[in-house]
Design a protein around this ligand. Structure first.
Ligand SMILES: CC(=O)SCCNC(=O)CCNC(=O)[C@H](O)C(C)(C)COP(=O)(O)OP(=O)(O)OC[C@H]1O[C@@H](n2cnc3c(N)ncnc32)[C@H](O)[C@@H]1OP(=O)(O)O
Ligand SMILES: O=C([O-])CC(=O)C(=O)O
Length: 385
């Protein structure tokens, strides 16, 4: 019998190193620690731009003119509201669900209300994507408030994307530094190559399913602790450690049990994640300002020990290690950290899914069969032991 593709080809566990798409959106250099969106490095964008502009850049491939910027922002403001039944749903499910599960359900529900999701053409996929970029902060803030038993706060059209998210979540307007920190965190999370959740969105849209479904898939994928879910667990580790003096003992116990240390390691970066460097600076600033220095000192002690032990293997803090301290210090509960990641990542999910579907080819890898050889003799039920 002729050899099949599965028998002939080497396979890559977890698709490591496999290049499955071409993109003009974002560039990740895991050896030199570089992350750039459309050619602009993240250090420049976080210093000089804002989330709305970065979102436009990811979607349309260029920085907007003043007119394009005003139009894009007003489109986001027009679409940022959610309806009363969505608030009701959020109230109901937030009694028991983790905020990431609520987010997944809410995006799916909104998709069910939108008739364009039935059989969208490519242009409609983009329009749905922009609606979701606009609504994401409103949805996540509402989930945060419902889970904490607080009343909802509607969006304020006078505020920027990041400030509005903060305002609806916290119930007060951010000061200038808080607004800048939130904006920076959202920019840093906006896009990151073909990470698992982005791949999940692209995979879904490659079947010509709709953008709501693609984003629902992405949220489901981001939730896991090996991906976006690590930020919540990284803070839990820092809090469990309690003080720098305990770090050695806590890490040794976990590593003896072969537990992964959350917020460390990366499939692509074998050096310090450039996003973690920026977030670490903000985490240091805000913990000092809020009298939570111990949290930061404990985190840096964990970092030092981890880098000493595993730096040679290319294991350093990733984006999820310091983001949690930052969010926590400005008042967000840990189970909302991964939904905040989703607020930032929504632009990348939409941009990459839209880019892909414009030049679509179904994703369909194969797996090597390692089971029993066919044909097996079928044993009737009364003869089986
Ligand atoms: C936004 C993001 O998604 S960033 C990533 C967030 N996830 C985390 O922080 C969870 C912790 N980290 C990890 O689990 C991993 O580093 C991943 C999943 C992110 C990437 O891992 P992979 O490329 O699949 O590497 P893999 O899990 O195979 O690990 C390779 C080796 O490094 C070790 N390693 C990797 N990360 C860690 C870690 N965080 N703690 C301890 N050891 C680690 C593994 O135990 C393995 O060791 P071995 O070769 O002795 O068996
Ligand atoms: O790229 C990855 O695999 C994970 C990651 O850092 C991200 O999605 O931001």
């Amino acid at each position: 019998m002729a050899e099949t593709v599965e028998q002939k080809q080497e396979f890559s566990r977890g698709l490591e190193g496999v290049i499955a798409a071409e993109t003009k959106i974002g560039y990740v250099d895991g050896i030199n620690g570089i992350l750039a969106y459309r050619g602009y490095d993240i250090e420049t964008l976080t210093n000089q731009s804002n989330y709305e502009e970065v979102s436009y850049l990811l979607l349309y491939g260029k920085l907007p003119s003043e007119k394009e910027y005003i139009e894009y922002v007003s489109e986001l403001k027009k679409e940022m509201y959610i309806e009363d039944d969505v608030y009701e749903l959020i109230k109901k499910i937030s009694r028991t669900a983790h905020p990431m599960s609520s987010l997944r359900t809410v995006v799916s529900y909104i998709g069910g209300k939108d008739k364009t999701s039935v059989d969208p053409d490519v242009k409609q996929q983009e329009e749905i994507g922009i609606k979701l970029i606009a609504k994401m902060p409103t949805i996540v803030a509402a989930i945060k408030r419902a889970s904490s038993g607080e009343d909802f706060i509607k969006p304020d059209p006078e505020l920027s994307y990041a400030a509005n998210f903060f305002y609806q979540s916290a119930g007060r307007k951010p000061d200038t530094v808080e607004a800048k920190m939130m904006d920076t965190a959202l920019i840093l999370h906006a896009d990151h190559g073909m990470n698992a959740s982005t791949f999940s969105a692209m995979l879904t849209i490659s079947t010509l399913s709709d953008m709501y479904s693609a984003i629902t898939s992405a949220i489901s994928t981001l939730k896991g602790p090996l991906h976006g879910g690590a930020n919540e667990r990284a803070l839990a580790l820092i809090k469990e450690t309690g003080s720098p003096d305990n770090a050695e003992k806590v890490l040794s116990e976990k590593m003896e049990k072969k537990e992964k240390i959350m917020g460390f390691g990366h499939r692509v970066y074998k050096v310090y994640d450039p996003r973690a460097k920026i977030l670490k600076g903000y985490a240091e600033y805000i913990t000092k300002k809020n009298g939570q220095e111990k949290l930061f000192q404990t985190a840096t002690k964990i970092e030092d020990l981890m880098v000493n032990r595993l730096g040679e293997k290319g294991i350093f803090p990733n984006v999820d290690f310091y983001s949690g301290i930052l969010y926590y210090s400005i008042g967000f509960p840990p189970d909302v950290f991964t939904p905040i990641f989703a607020v930032g990542r929504i632009s990348g999910w939409v941009a990459r899914s839209y880019e892909y579907v414009q030049n679509n080819r179904l994703f369909r890898p194969r797996s090597r069969y390692a089971g029993e050889k066919a044909p097996r003799r079928y044993v009737p039920i009364n003869e089986r032991n």
